[in-house]
Ligand binder design. Structure first.
Ligand code: FAD
Length: 465
């Protein structure tokens, strides 16, 4: 095993947390190495955010073309090549992974392919890489090994009858029917994609609403839209005894006392994630965990001196932009005088159609806290731009502090919701009130006018409703 001279930081994991931490450390002129066992970019670029958005774009385009007559276009014999659809998403992922490798070179980040293991604080063994096994010495180690899809312990994921998102992203053919277990962002995005291309989709959620972290009104609006698109939805329902067979898979659909066996071609599990920690740390290091994820303090330090952690591996929310934020804050805290910040306001986005995006408190959470609130709501049916582009489903909803108009939460369901939410995130970060959003001139015609109209609507001053 060859031994290296000392690094200022050894990063284990090259996803949005790890690659951002490594690049930031390089920018600060420090000596840094990033150890990654698969490919730079992590889950997000290779098996998550990016390839799934490439697939969703195909679904959107296909769905729009099916309704092209609404725009005066006739489009007959519309077909698709599923293999090419998947291949395009792989090409997109590949291109993005390559981009990170370029950024590593640009920022003088050493990049080592291999599996990292912390042998002792400051010592990382790397095995399985092309250059043979290596022993790295560093003043600090950042654990950013991310997470992977949770599975049912009794059920083998075979990639055809039973899949997680990872297998679903490289499906060989479109299943005739599929049951998606779990209606969080990932489940819902796959439901939209597969249904749009013609699969018979059943979406199953054990909680009372789909996208259960969202405002109830948003969840219900999405459920209505999905049902209209042809997706079967079962809430307050669990799936038990999944039994794969040669050509199909069956399971029990359980709601209250009711149980019935259902047969479909495939099952997709989207039931949450667990931390990638196995084999990562030598047995003589007692790393503190919290509910299976690495416990960190305000400076992203673990309980073991010199070992830090950021990203999915430290727990929810499991989002790429949150992972990147945490990692950069952790590095700034290590090497600069700045006080690292913990995650405050962050947007949560779901890229099905209609899109869903939110920041801050839901109406239910604000009421449960006993806050005195005022609501502002504006439907996209009243937006000229939404009508022009034929996307009138959904609304913008603001949860405001009753006295000052401080934005406590913002919820958008509808066209480009995932882009529009940025304005409210910035407003909340800068403590800009609804009055100021209302007084800001928004270009006409744009979807963003709906943001200012929702702020105005809270005071009965919206012009278009
Ligand atoms: P990861 O991206 O998981 O990266 C961790 C890396 O560490 C991996 O590359 C892994 O190979 C490597 N690793 C693990 N152990 C070792 C080891 N011992 N040695 C070396 N390397 C190791 N989030 C969003 O914000 N928006 C989205 O639209 C979105 N869509 C998603 C869609 C899907 C289908 C999935 C699965 C996830 C999605 N996510 C999305 C979540 C997002 O991908 C994660 O939050 C994000 O990737 C977390 O970044 P991370 O760096 O913490 O971990």
């Amino acid at each position: 095993m060859s031994e290296e001279s000392e690094y200022d930081l050894i990063v284990i994991g090259g996803g949005p947390a790890g690659y951002a931490a490594a690049i930031r450390t390089g920018q600060l002129g420090k000596r840094v190495v990033c150890v990654e066992r698969e490919r730079a970019g992590g889950t997000c670029l290779n098996w998550g955010c990016i390839p799934s958005k490439a697939l969703l774009k195909t679904a959107e385009l296909y769905a729009s073309m099916k309704h092209a007559e609404a725009f005066g276009i006739s489009c007959s014999e519309l077909t698709f090549d599923f293999e090419a659809v998947i291949q395009r998403s792989r090409n997109v992922a590949d291109r993005m992974g390559g981009g990170i490798e370029f950024l590593f070179r640009k920022n003088r980040v050493e990049y080592l392919l291999g599996t990292g293991r912390i042998a002792s604080p400051g010592v990382v063994e790397v095995s399985g890489g092309e250059g043979g096994d290596r022993l790295l010495q560093g003043q600090r180690v950042l654990v950013s090994t991310g997470s992977r899809a949770r599975r049912f312990p009794y059920l083998k994921v075979d990639g055809e009858r039973v899949m997680t998102s990872r297998e679903a992203l490289v499906m060989k053919r479109l299943p005739g029917s599929i049951a998606i277990v779990g209606a969080g962002a990932i489940g819902v995005e796959f439901a939209y994609f597969l249904n749009a291309l013609g699969s018979n989709v059943t979406l199953i959620e054990m909680l009372p609403e789909i996208v259960p972290v969202e405002d109830k009104e948003v969840s219900r609006t999405l459920a209505r839209a999905f049902k209209k698109q042809g997706i079967a939805i079962h809430t307050e329902t669990t799936v038990e005894n999944i039994k794969p067979a040669k050509q199909s898979v069956s399971f029990e659909l359980c709601k209250g006392e009711e149980r019935r066996r259902v047969r479909v071609e495939s099952v997709l599990l989207s039931i949450g994630v667990e931390a990638n920690l196995e084999g990562l740390i030598s047995d003589n290091i007692d790393l503190a965990l919290d509910s299976g994820f690495v416990a960190v303090d305000d400076r992203y330090r673990t309980n073991v001196g010199g070992i830090y952690a950021a990203g999915d591996v430290i727990g929810p929310p499991w989002l790429a932009h949150v992972a990147t934020f945490e990692a950069i804050e952790a590095v700034n805290g290590m090497f600069t005088n700045s006080e690292p910040r913990k995650v405050g306001q962050f947007p949560g986005c779901t890229y099905c159609q209609p899109q869903v995006a939110s920041v801050g408190l839901t109406e239910e959470a604000a009421r449960a806290r006993g806050l005195k609130i005022r609501l502002g709501k504006f439907p996209f049916t009243a937006s000229g731009k939404a009508v022009a582009v034929n996307h009138i489903e959904g609304f913008v909803k603001l949860i405001l502090d009753e006295q000052y108009g401080e934005i406590l939460g913002a919820h958008i369901i509808g066209p480009d919701a995932t882009e529009l939410i940025a304005e409210y995130v910035l407003a909340m970060e800068c403590e800009i009130t609804a009055h100021e959003v209302h007084r800001t001139i928004h270009a006409h015609p744009t979807l963003s006018e709906a943001l200012s109209e929702a702020a105005a609507a809270a005071y009965g001053e919206a012009i278009h409703i």
